[in-house]
Design a binder for this molecule. Structure first.
Ligand code: BGC
Length: 764
């Protein structure tokens, strides 16, 4: 009891000091620390706490543990309770529920010597309780405002449940569909990836103003995983990334940088190595690039046991060495590995790590706690009533439903078999393992989303057509991995009685996400067997695919009448998909990753290099060209592609001048867009450029702008893009980012393989 009283006295002193700032403080005490907020008063408050701390307590702030309620890694660190009781924890993640979090916060604040509040983290990736479509799907909406809003809603729900910090957005470029984590990102393009990164950071953090972190509706965000985790060789998770500094800077780093420029408060180091150096030990990346070049002032957390893994990587001889390498590289917090708390005190005593760098890391962490208001009131996020009120509200459901319909991509629609309108009078056979499924809909990384609450497609369609002229018959036909002759026969019988078949097929949600890599990305054979049997009935078959990655749909593209790529759509999945199938929402999604013809084409992406022996796409089989003997070099469906129930035309693309200076100049691009069909719809107008000659080879196309335009049937609109000199800058032979003179082309296009509106221009 005596211990507690003493602790409470100290703790109260810390909160008071922290609230007022110590009169004698005022400088950071470390020339190197520049605060994230730039707020002198907060700097003083941080210093007032820092000077009370022992070395061990400081290192405690750099330590994060998982509350064990959900485990994403192979190794759990020692039980964290003793550390918590001694005030040696800076952050806990995976703790959920207001009640559980309150208990832990109470121990930290009321039962430890200094009473420093804990920062509670969580993977809030595509929703917390209201689950939105997986990020890869949402990116296909090309609707930045919508993505910002879904991040905002995720933040409102999570912050109401006591969470302060999300490990999102994941902004890794994904060029390899085998890699299961492509589901968490925004696809293959650095420009779009950067825009999405910005939207998501602004959504989570509540805007650009650091003070919005104080709001009870926002979360501190994390740009992850720095860097180039998506470049893992052969798509194997955690694998080596071997890439040039040009590719790193021109392709992989831009979205992280965009997250930084949007004001992200933290970064997470990636598991992988780049060119021989694991990110967690990469002083060049974490300090020279991130801090000195970009000016990032928040803090960096390792990934889950990422510090310990420096040992198997083979750059640290033991975990103490690993901790030293990490902290000296610029890692401020150790996620679950307990390497810092176990070893850094000794390392400082031995002079292997300076106390100054410890102080700097601790200041960065404490500052975030101040910005979140935790020092003013460590319990301010903890309110059961608020949690209830802010969970799965009708408004959140509405946004989620819209997010679903705007994320699905119509890949094929022969003879306009879709939509099946309510007035069509058709009988529809609803088939497939994912037709009456709710468990898979949320996809991986579905926060605390209740999988049983997600709306199955069957339910969505049943409610949609209720009271209409459409009749529905349901038969499962197969599970995700198995079928039987009897099940197929039942599905075929249903198909025979129908005018059209809609089959929901695809992956198990566990087949994408972390440590979920596939080398065969086709639909499982039992599902294809079922599709073959359905097709043999002679009825048109609409395939609705649910997956966490681009699949190899070559066979389906040849065989099916329509394909609707619906990803993992989340809580409102069935409703949003039904809106599209019935034509109440005209599909507007466009792919953000190329769909390969087969797994052998991977990695495949539109912004590839030309090579010295480029292929003539009109005659791909010419020998000694950069082609394949057994397939085309083109993807099955390119980046930016997606159909609508109407058709669009882009014409009369023009630029206001033919030459552009390398600096401080811009050209204006205009084009006419027309909805040439009979229903209203939305088109994503895409601006691509190519630099034909430069000091280093440049991609055959690069996205430089896009606009999602809604047009009523028969209506036209002029779209305008401004292309500034700086938009065409890249890291050239001298590794400096600048715009180089050269011959250029641009296209105003419907997708990356659309060359119709081509214009030449020059940079002088
Ligand atoms: C993942 C991170 C995640 C962390 C915490 C790791 O295994 O790579 O993306 O934030 O676990 O759950």
């Amino acid at each position: 009891m005596g211990k507690y009283i003493t602790s409470i006295v100290y703790a109260v002193a810390v909160i008071l000091l922290a609230a007022c700032g110590s009169p004698s403080s005022g400088t950071s005490g470390n020339g190197k620390w520049q605060s994230f907020s730039g707020d002198k008063r907060i700097e003083q408050r941080v210093d007032s706490v820092l000077k009370l701390m022992t070395l061990e307590e400081k290192i405690g702030q750099m330590t994060q543990f998982s509350a064990n309620w959900s485990i994403t890694g192979p190794v759990m660190s020692d039980d964290f309770q003793p550390y918590l009781e001694k005030g040696l924890i800076g952050s806990i993640f995976n703790a959920t529920s207001v009640e559980g979090i309150r208990r832990m916060q109470q121990i930290a604040v009321e039962e430890t010597r200094l009473g420093i509040p804990i920062l509670f983290g969580q993977d809030v990736i595509h929703g917390y309780k209201t689950i939105f479509p997986i990020p890869l799907a949402e990116a296909c909406s090309w609707d930045l405002e919508m993505m910002q809003r879904t991040a905002e809603i995720a933040a409102i729900e999570a912050a109401s449940d006591g969470i302060n910090w999300t490990f999102a957005p994941m902004v890794d470029i994904g060029r390899d569909a085998r890699w299961g984590r492509v589901m968490e990102g925004a696809g293959e393009d650095p420009y779009l990836g950067s825009k999405v990164a910005e939207a998501r950071v602004l959504g989570f953090q509540g805007g650009r103003d650091v003070n919005s972190l104080r709001e009870l509706t926002t979360l501190l965000a994390t740009g992850k995983h720095l860097a180039a985790y998506g470049a893992a060789e052969s798509g194997r998770d955690y694998n080596t990334a071997e890439l040039s500094e040009h590719t790193l800077r021109n392709v992989y780093l831009p979205p992280y940088r965009a997250a930084h420029e949007a004001g992200v408060g933290t970064f997470m180091a990636s598991f992988n190595e780049i060119n021989g150096v694991p990110a967690t030990a990469d002083q060049w990346l974490m300090t020279e690039v991130l801090r000195n070049e970009w000016g990032f002032k928040g803090f960096v957390v390792s990934d889950y046991t990422g510090v310990n893994e420096l040992v198997p990587h083979g750059v640290a001889k033991d975990e103490k060495h690993a901790a030293e390498l990490a902290v000296n590289a610029g890692i401020d917090m150790d996620m679950t590995g307990a390497t810092f708390i176990k070893h850094l005190t000794e390392s400082v005593k031995e002079g292997k790590v300076s106390e100054k760098s410890i102080d700097t890391a601790v200041r960065r962490i404490l500052e975030m706690k101040f910005l979140l208001g935790l020092f003013d009131d460590p319990y301010r996020y903890l309110d059961e009533e608020r949690a209830k009120q802010n969970t799965m509200t009708p408004e959140f459901m509405k946004t989620a439903r819209k997010a679903v319909s705007s994320s699905v991509v119509l890949l094929k629609n022969d003879n306009q078999v879709l939509p099946v309108t309510k007035e069509s009078g058709k009988t529809v056979a609803l088939i497939g393992p994912l037709m009456n499924d709710s468990i898979n809909l949320n996809g991986e990384w579905a926060g605390l989303g209740d999988r049983n609450k997600s709306v199955p497609i069957l339910k969505g369609l049943t409610e949609k057509y209720e009271g209409s002229t459409v009749r529905l018959i349901y038969a499962e036909g197969a599970s995700i991995t198995e079928t039987t002759p009897a099940k197929i026969a039942e599905a075929v019988a249903a198909a025979r009685r129908a005018d059209i078949v809609v089959a929901a097929m695809g992956e198990d949600f566990n087949w994408s996400g972390e440590a979920a890599v596939r080398t065969d990305i086709r639909l499982p054979e039992p599902q294809r067997e079922l599709l073959r049997a359905l097709k043999e009935t002679g009825k048109p078959v609409v395939l609705v695919t649910l997956s966490g990655r681009p699949l190899d749909l070559s066979w389906e593209d040849e065989t099916m009448d329509a394909i609707l790529q619906a990803w993992f759509p989340g809580t409102q999945g069935g409703y949003g998909i039904a809106d599209v199938i019935a034509g109440d929402y005209n599909p507007s999604g466009r792919l953000v990753m190329s769909f390969p013809r087969n797994v052998g084409q991977i990695p495949i992406y539109y912004n590839q290099k030309n090579t010295g022996r480029p292929v003539d796409l009109n005659n791909e089989s010419v020998d000694y060209k950069s082609n394949y003997l057994d397939t085309s070099i083109t993807p099955l469906y390119p980046f930016g592609y997606g159909l609508s129930y109407t058709t669009f035309e882009i014409s009369n693309a023009q630029i206001d001048k033919k030459t552009l200076k390398t600096e401080d100049d811009k050209i204006t691009v205009t084009a006419n867009v027309r909805n040439a069909g009979e229903v209203d719809g939305e088109i994503v107008v895409q601006l691509y450029t190519r630099q034909l000659v430069a000091s280093v080879t440049r991609p055959v196309k690069e996205l430089k702008g896009f606009q999602k335009v809604a047009l009523q049937a028969g209506k036209s609109k002029q779209v305008t893009f401004e292309l500034a000199s700086g938009d065409l800058a890249f890291y050239g032979i001298d590794m400096q980012k600048k715009t180089e003179p050269g011959n250029m082309k641009l296209w105003v296009a419907q997708h990356a393989a659309d060359n119709s509106n081509e214009i030449d221009f020059w940079i002088e």
